[in-house]
Write a protein that binds this ligand. Structure first.
Ligand SMILES: Cc1ncc(COP(=O)(O)O)c(C=O)c1O
Length: 291
């Protein structure tokens, strides 16, 4: 068996699975979420299904995780030159979103497990006095979250979880993305839900969610087409800039059937991860034998 043949393609986009949903969405000719004058768009359904899956109150689908992080940072109050801690093992979109929001990214060391070092996190919090931690769960790996939350609470640091890679990852029984004040998932093609592009913001904080909804582009009365209740809908109307990073309805239609099968995708992806890990071990062994 060649090495290529061992790769498990079960985690790839299953076009049979999404075809009916995409055709149905196309037939409506309504590709913009706010063309649905009730909360019946695929985007709204996807948001509801995500809240049920990760067990949180509110969700907002957006055009990418990068834009989701940007909106979350703005909603959390990042202002010009505010320090935002991020783990040093990162991806270019992460410090970019911080810069886009006007913040100043500060790197925190990672440990030998490639997750944030709790001792350096404490050091940086004490020395730099940041107001924000943007914590990326790279490749779905998470630090001891109860300790991170404890530190953030003790020093009044707002915790924003970049769970772009980590939809469906549970840590001590709680979903990645729901530990902090706000969390963000990606639906770009290499992630657990493949909508081509897309992101989802989740939170239990109504105020943060309303701000994200307005800034994402729910102009005029479109905020009323979100399945979230409370005074924030009206309060933030015309009070915030609109950055137009909504998710289109077709992308949501592609994502929804995949969410129903996400445990299978996670299983298939993990199989490839284990294969890759095995191959890396063999390769490193081979290199050590060369001297
Ligand atoms: C850790 C991390 N955060 C955020 C993002 C941004 O995701 P998106 O491509 O949906 O903007 C990525 C993209 O791969 C990522 O790797």
């Amino acid at each position: 068996m060649t090495e290529l043949a061992k790769i498990n393609w079960g985690a790839e986009l299953n076009t049979d699975l999404v075809n009916d949903a995409v055709q149905a969405a196309l037939k409506t000719k309504k590709l913009f979420r706010y063309q649905y004058k009730e909360t019946t768009s695929d985007v709204t359904h996807l948001e509801k299904e995500i809240t049920e899956y990760v067990n949180c109150k509110y969700a907002l689908a957006v055009s990418s995780a990068t834009n989701g992080i940007f909106l979350a940072l703005k909603a959390c109050g990042v202002k010009h030159d505010d320090k935002v801690l991020i783990p040093a093992f990162t991806f270019v979109a992460v410090p970019s979103a911080v810069i886009q929001a006007g913040g100043n990214p500060i790197l925190v060391e990672c440990n030998d497990q490639y997750v944030i070092s709790l001792s350096d996190l404490k050091n940086k919090i004490i020395r730099q006095r940041p107001k924000f931690l943007l914590l990326s769960h790279m490749r779905g790996h998470m630090p001891e979250m109860s300790k991170v939350v404890e530190l953030c609470k003790a020093f009044q640091v707002v915790l924003i979880e970049d769970a772009a890679h980590a939809l469906g990852v549970k840590h001590n029984g709680k979903m990645a993305g729901t530990w902090g004040d706000i969390g963000i998932y990606s639906m770009q093609s290499y992630k657990m839900l493949n909508a081509g592009e897309g992101g989802i913001i989740v939170s239990n904080n109504e105020e943060l969610m309303w701000q994200c909804i307005h800034m994402s582009g729910a102009y005029e009365n479109n905020y009323k087409l979100h399945m979230i209740e409370g005074r924030g809908g009206n309060k933030y109307r015309c009070q915030l800039p609109v950055y137009n990073c909504r998710l289109n309805n077709l992308s949501a239609a592609i994502a929804r059937p995949q969410l129903k099968r996400i445990e299978n995708t996670i299983f298939q992806t993990n199989k490839n991860y284990m294969l890759f890990k095995e191959k890396m071990k063999e390769f490193i062994f081979y290199l050590t034998q060369q001297d």
